[in-house]
Design a binder for this molecule. Sequence first.
Ligand code: MGP
Length: 218
Amino acid sequence: LCTLFVYKVSTSVPANPEKENCETAIPKVASPEAYIKHPLQNKWALWFFKNDKSKTWQANLRLISKFDTVEDFWALYNHIQLSSNLMSGCDYSLFKDGIKPMWEDERNRRGGRWLITLSKQQRKSDLDQFWLETLLCLVGEAFENYSDDVCGAVINVRAKGDKIAIWTTNYENKEAITHIGRVYKERLGVPPKVIIGYQSHADTATKSGSTSKNKFVA
Ligand code: MGP
């Protein structure tokens, strides 16, 4: 199999092989860096939601594609629209392969989310940067020992104010949730005096007003 990766740097025969140094006489083997894509710890799936009111919420959710290397992440990221260019009502979701970006998934059922709510002005100043940083936290496994608790992240583009959230698997895992919240807030550069909240999906799904109560804050 190794020979598959061996290639000749020069195919020309040296005029006087005796005088050539060894390096040019031996076919070069490319360094693995040159041809192996850099694997990510997890495989990820990017989903898109478009608000078509004639369809159910689930029917509006579409898988865009999956990736498991650094190179394929950037290829996909560079290929799609920035969130700030999407129509209001659209979402992107990035979830670990095998977890659907919905409350009903077995890995989300008992879970919740760290929610970043943005003002209307922040669409221009912060939205795309915050979402990219969120994606990098996920694919780069920024939450160390607690990365297993992470299911994915969602960005909601909304006229009333955009939202970004990291979804975790169990709202009872206090240690994991507080660690993830602390690191996430730091990575986004949210000032310490600005408080972010974590809510369970169960509360979000059954809320009557526009907000559900925080189980944790960071
Ligand atoms: P939303 O898209 O998460 O937020 O939920 P939005 O549009 O800002 O609305 P708000 O209620 O938070 O102010 C909008 C609606 O989409 C919900 O009320 C549900 O009807 C539906 N919905 C959202 N999610 C994440 C789910 C889900 O995971 N499963 C199902 N079945 N419906 C969902």
